[in-house]
Design a protein around this ligand. Structure first.
Ligand SMILES: Nc1ncnc2c1ncn2[C@@H]1O[C@H](COP(=O)(O)OP(=O)(O)OP(=O)(O)O)[C@@H](O)[C@H]1O
Ligand SMILES: [Mg+2]
Length: 225
């Protein structure tokens, strides 16, 4: 039997501002299976990024249980979480979050600097292959400012893939892109998904969400059925 890669059980998240507590997520349940492509939609401020950050181990829920490949993550230390994140999860953001002084190649290799082994020859080869596959074979030494938005997002995708993650998380990946570049990014997602990569993508754009196999919508802190 195939086991889910992500299981969320009654996840809540509240923020305390002064004496007031804001409940952003009010009981989220979700199962995502290997090879799925899921879109998460909902209004601005609805908690989409908060949820994705929890799934990506960048943030902790206030209550509820999260199993990543069967492992309950709430008891793990910061160090263990960082290791798990680095091993299993690739993250893509709306604003690319590339390092401005580093080249495309250096940006892609950056996640490997956190490993004990450091960067090996074959890593450099893989980074080059990834960038080439994403149409940037002739821009390996370009810095982010010398690249278009779509090209920068493709560098970010290559960076997210360098550790061969099981799970790709994308928060409004086309939010800063024109129609053509958005289309390129969505095509890449579809291709990656077809090779077996599990993808969870946050978007407020229904057309973008349609590219996923399954759409979940957050309303008032919960998924609507
Ligand atoms: N660190 C924080 N401290 C306090 N409140 C926060 C924090 N992070 C998020 N919030 C609040 O939680 C709510 C949900 O934010 P979130 O960024 O998850 O929404 P979103 O659905 O991603 O919105 P958008 O579509 O605009 O990106 C918002 O009201 C936001 O102000
Ligand atoms: Mg957001």
């Amino acid at each position: 039997m195939v086991k889910p890669i992500v299981v969320l059980e009654d996840i809540t998240k509240s923020y305390k501002i002064g004496k007031v507590t804001y409940e952003v997520l009010k009981g989220i349940n979700l199962e995502v299976y290997p090879g799925e492509f899921v879109a998460i939609m909902g209004p601005s401020g609805g908690g989409k990024s908060t949820l994705l950050n929890i799934i990506g181990l960048l943030d902790k829920p206030t209550s509820g249980k999260y199993f990543l490949e069967g492992v309950e993550v709430s008891d793990l230390s910061k160090k263990e979480l960082a290791r798990l994140r680095n091993q299993k999860i690739g993250f893509i953001f709306q604003a690319f979050h590339l390092i401005p002084w580093a080249t495309a190649m250096e940006n892609v290799l950056m996640p490997l600097l956190y490993r004990k082994e450091g960067i090996k020859k074959e890593d450099v080869k893989r980074a080059e292959e990834l960038l080439t596959r994403l149409g940037l074979g002739d821009r390996l030494d370009a810095r982010p400012a010398e690249l278009s938005g779509g090209q920068q997002q493709r560098v970010a995708i290559a960076r997210a893939l360098i550790n061969q993650p099981k799970l790709l998380l994308a928060d409004e990946p086309t939010g800063n892109l024109d129609t053509k570049s958005s289309e390129e990014v969505l095509k890449i997602f579809e291709e990656l998904n077809q090779t077996g990569l599990t993808i969870i993508m946050v978007t407020h754009d229904p057309e973008v969400a349609q590219r996923a196999q399954r759409i979940k919508t957050i309303r008032d802190g919960k998924f609507i059925e």
